[in-house]
Design a protein around this ligand. Structure first.
Ligand SMILES: Cc1cc2nc3c(=O)[nH]c(=O)nc-3n(C[C@H](O)[C@H](O)[C@H](O)COP(=O)(O)O)c2cc1C
Ligand SMILES: *[C@@H]1O[C@H](CO)[C@@H](O)[C@H](O)[C@H]1NC(C)=O
Ligand SMILES: *[C@@H]1O[C@H](CO)[C@@H](O)[C@H](O)[C@H]1NC(C)=O
Ligand SMILES: *[C@@H]1O[C@H](CO)[C@@H](O)[C@H](O)[C@H]1NC(C)=O
Ligand SMILES: CC(=O)N[C@H]1CO[C@H](CO)[C@@H](O)[C@@H]1O
Length: 571
């Protein structure tokens, strides 16, 4: 991609050259002196032009190389303050930033990480059967409409999350709805899920896939799209870049009542049907179960149902490998009951992981300790909405540790349902076709089944021969029953006669076939040391939002560089 601008820079020289002959006629009338002198002069002119031309070319080339490098400090010290000056409203600045990025990208002038530092492999992490080149990502809200996933990845991110996207377009809350607290490098937002709607975003994502296919020489039609989405182009179908992943976050319409589980399910299902095939990961924004007066288990039920409906919708996505599914949970829902309730629903529904953290409704104390906010900022703190900023970090870290532990403990081990035939529920679920509703009901309520996918996974591993491929499929998509028959057509699960797993009650500890639930973390992560701590606490990726707003396009490269320095210091 480099050539576009360099070519333009280089083209300067021919155009300067063209100037020279046209100047000659002007020189002619005054040409009394000897031809020697004239020749000397024109030689001097030529030399001067050459020097100017070369200097200009070099300046443009270096300027281009500098400005389009994420390591250039202009992004932080010039672009960010300029945007803030020009656009007093945070949302306007954000839109402008997105527009600029889009335009620069289309001219090949976008900032990008140079030198491929991730090639060393020192920051690699395994996620859902993919090797991520690095664990730093952007989080939801930064690119709600999926307008700039590619340039965002080119900033050096291993992961980009677009969305949230709602089934139908909706406005969100009235503006202003984003507020800066510059002294704290913090934001308050109450966007209220403004979205262009799933159809619009899907059109964009489809276009992106087709352009990729076209550039890869596969054509521009539906078949080319299918080839790319089925992974035959050698890149993940979402990110379209090796070693990177793209998550798509989905949410319900505002008018859909949270209490109406069936309606919320329809919203999620619709989003999955429209957007699912373009994602490597589907993220669901959920509320934890906390209806007062209900026992923990009763609270878990609706959330499990909701997540199960997403799992089911994902299984019928028309693509060879299905996206993984994660839920994003609020840091404000942090009681023991809420955390264990969410983890329980994750296990029971077969969701693959949790994004721990978000903005908070609380208002943390300003930093440094004892700092008194300027008046204007103090009043902004009173705005309603979610707070994000570096103060959130410790809470995020603590919460990641708690989720790591609770998820690793596995599903609650409740007593087995009285005297049921142990193998029937597993078999019913594993065929994938028309499972007996009453059996499923028992499965749900027994809570012993640890998620259908997990049961299937362990069952498959005990089959006479589950090929290595199948194992891979499974570890990537632990819950995906349909996938088994689609992607490994030679292996048919013998439906009703799976060998009963003896003992029954104890759900399996994580194994290669029954992978550990994945955690991503978001909330207050601003530097490499923190990212490292978050990973050490059990997360596989650290996502940033607010830090990018304050520190610009180079933030991700910088965080990664700091992680590498941390690693060196330790040695
Ligand atoms: C303006 C703004 C919009 C956001 N929109 C969403 C969203 O649509 N969905 C979501 O799950 N999180 C959203 N978030 C939360 C971020 O994804 C992130 O989890 C949060 O800001 C904490 O991370 P940070 O400290 O790095 O900013 C938004 C945050 C901000 C500041
Ligand atoms: C989303 O919202 C619209 C209008 O507010 C509503 O009619 C619809 O049922 C909701 N769900 C879906 C899936 O469109
Ligand atoms: C997202 O989750 C939060 C709580 O965790 C909830 O308050 C909000 O209504 C959800 N929004 C949507 C659109 O699903
Ligand atoms: C996450 O934060 C956004 C923005 O503040 C908010 O709209 C959304 O409801 C939150 N989601 C969860 C799951 O907390
Ligand atoms: C029983 C049987 O055939 N086992 C084979 C299954 O496949 C693996 C390779 O994936 C072989 O190593 C086993 O011998």
């Amino acid at each position: 991609m480099i050539p576009a601008a360099q070519m333009r820079a280089l083209r300067v020289r021919p155009s300067i050259a063209r100037l020279r002959p046209s100047r000659r006629p002007f020189l002619h009338p005054t040409r009394h002196a000897s031809t020697v002198a004239t020749d000397a002069r024109s030689a001097a002119t030529r030399t001067k032009n050459l020097i100017y031309g070369t200097a200009l070319t070099l300046a443009l080339s270096f300027g281009y190389l500098y400005i389009t490098d994420t390591r250039a400090s202009v992004h932080e010290w010039l672009v960010v303050p300029a945007l803030r000056q020009i656009y007093p409203d945070g949302e306007d600045a954000h839109h402008a930033g997105t527009r600029i990025m889009k335009a620069l990208y289309s001219f090949g002038l976008h900032p990008r990480e140079r030198g491929n530092p991730d090639a060393a492999g020192d920051l690699e992490v395994e996620v859902f059967g993919h090797t991520l080149s690095n664990p730093i990502g952007t989080s939801a809200g930064l690119d709600k409409g999926a307008e700039i996933p590619t340039p965002t990845l080119l900033l050096g991110a291993g992961l980009v999350e677009v969305g949230a996207v709602t089934p139908l377009p909706q406005e969100g809350n009235p503006r202003p709805r984003v507020f800066r607290i510059p002294s704290q490098n913090a934001l308050i937002n109450r966007y209220g899920f403004n979205s262009e709607g799933a159809d619009m975003v899907a059109i964009r994502l489809r276009q992106r896939v087709r352009e990729f296919a076209y550039h890869a020489g596969l054509g521009l039609d539906e078949e080319a799209e299918r080839v790319v989405l089925d992974g035959e182009a050698g890149v993940p179908p979402g990110s379209l870049m090796p070693g990177r992943l793209m998550a798509v976050q989905i949410a319900k319409n505002k008018t859909t009542s949270e209490q109406d589980i069936e309606a919320v399910k329809r919203d999620y299902t619709k989003c999955v049907n429209i957007l699912g095939k373009y994602a490597d990961i589907i993220v669901v924004n959920v509320s934890s179960p906390n209806t007062p007066g209900l026992r923990a288990l009763q609270n878990v039920e609706p959330l499990t149902q909701l997540l199960s409906s997403v799992v089911e919708a994902v299984q019928s996505i028309d693509r060879k490998t299905k996206p993984a599914i994660m839920v994003k949970v609020s840091p404000d829902e942090d009681t023991e009951e809420q955390v264990s309730g969410i983890c329980e629903a994750v296990w029971d529904s077969g969701v693959d992981g949790v994004i721990v953290g978000n903005t908070t409704k609380k208002r943390p104390d300003p930093i440094p300790k004892g700092y008194v906010l300027p008046k204007g900022e103090a009043s902004i703190l009173l705005e309603q909405g979610g707070y994000s900023g570096p103060q959130m970090f410790e809470r995020t870290l603590t919460l990641v540790r708690r989720y790591r532990k609770t998820l690793d403990d596995g599903p609650k081990q409740l007593p087995p349902p009285p005297s049921e035939e142990p193998d029937i529920p597993i078999a019913g679920q594993s065929t994938g076709d028309e499972p007996d509703a009453s059996i499923l009901g028992k499965l749900e309520s027994s809570k012993a089944a640890s998620g259908a996918g997990d049961a299937v996974a362990s069952a498959v591993s005990s089959l006479p021969n589950a090929s290595a491929d199948l194992h891979d499929e499974l570890s990537m998509l632990p819950t995906n029953v349909d996938d088994l028959s689609e992607s490994a057509p030679t292996i048919k699960l013998p439906s009703p006669s799976l060998p009963p797993t003896e003992g029954e009650v104890v759900p399996p500890a994580p194994t290669p076939n029954n992978p550990r639930k994945v955690i991503f973390a978001t909330g207050g992560i601003t530097n490499g040391r923190q990212a490292r701590e978050i990973l050490d606490a059990g997360a596989s990726a650290a996502q940033v939002y607010t830090a990018m707003i304050y520190r610009g396009a180079g933030t991700i490269s910088r965080i990664k560089e700091e992680m590498r320095e941390e690693a060196k210091k330790k040695k």
